[in-house]
Design a protein around this ligand. Sequence first.
Ligand SMILES: *Cc1c(COP(=O)(O)O)cnc(C)c1O
Length: 376
Amino acid sequence: MRIETLAVHAGHGVDPSTGAVAPPIHLSTTFEREPDGSYREGLVYTRTANPNRGQLERAVAALEGGGAAAAFASGSAAIHAVIQALDPGAHVIAPKDCYHGTLRLLRELFARWGVETTFVDMCNHHEVERAVRPATRLVWVETPSNPLVRVFDIRWLAGLAHAHGARCAVDNTWATPVATRPLALGADLVMHSSTKYFGGHSDVLGGIVVARAEDDELFARVREMQTTGGSVPSPFDCWLTLRGVMTLPWRFRAQSANAAHVAEFLAAHPRVTAVHYPGLPSHPQHALAATQMEHPGAMLSIEVRGTGANAMAAAGAVQLFTRATSLGGVESLIEHRASVEGPETHAPDTLLRLSIGLEHPDDLVADLDQALGGAR
Ligand SMILES: *Cc1c(COP(=O)(O)O)cnc(C)c1O
């Protein structure tokens, strides 16, 4: 079945006990045992398994072409579980411009627990090769990257990891399975912040890790982190996220088309010195993106002519865009990245990051045009 059909149907059907078409929300934390001590549906306690979580996990696993998934209370909790599934002393390779929460987890939290990370420019394959050590256990990929929207070659990176006995995990939050299915490109694990496109309406936090099979060695440890570590999403959060998943393919495609329209307009704007968007022929990995991404996505960043003050002024003048962090919702967002990330940021001071939503693209373009005019 195609992704649109899987999005609507995978993971759940009509509720057998009531005939309800929309899935009921199972808030119960505990489940009854039969007189013989067994459990009717195998459900025992909601931290270890819950019907709504199971539905969400089956749906997202199906969209990614995987065989198992573990849902978490946030994307960060999902990343945490993957890294904690490694042994102390393990070495990780990660991109320099990964999500700044991932950067902080690896650099500040896990470094203290004996997991060391080398941060590399993942476009530079020689630099990635040079970073490999005997202790390397994981190549962490995040593509497209934040905030320069670089595209990294998943097939090559997974191949390199496997050649050295390591595993490859891909943070697929920005691409979604609508554009990129990392498992098909050789990755071992796929991770999402479902807070973004899966939820899609900026109203629910979540994370998920997908693998080819439940008995994958690394995934089995991720599952252990989920059920024993306990950083699980609530049944209502799972229900909301699954509701978002049902429209994901159509939302993502429309948002991606909107973003392409906005990117083309900005590329020709006199107040903009650079547009970072994989759908533009000027993008350094445009050709790779065309092979790895079915749609260029709805994230782009621009550099405003002048100084950081000009960029701030432009962000300050928007009327339709909302000045806020995050991405993947139906509403378009704009953000001055350097001031959000703080002193350790890689983002240029003149950079604004845009998450394009489902408004009409002409209205988005008109708003950016007047806001940039204000930065003159
Ligand atoms: C938002 C995000 C995360 C973190 O997810 P939370 O749900 O906010 O914890 C991780 N990776 C990427 C690429 C993100 O955009």
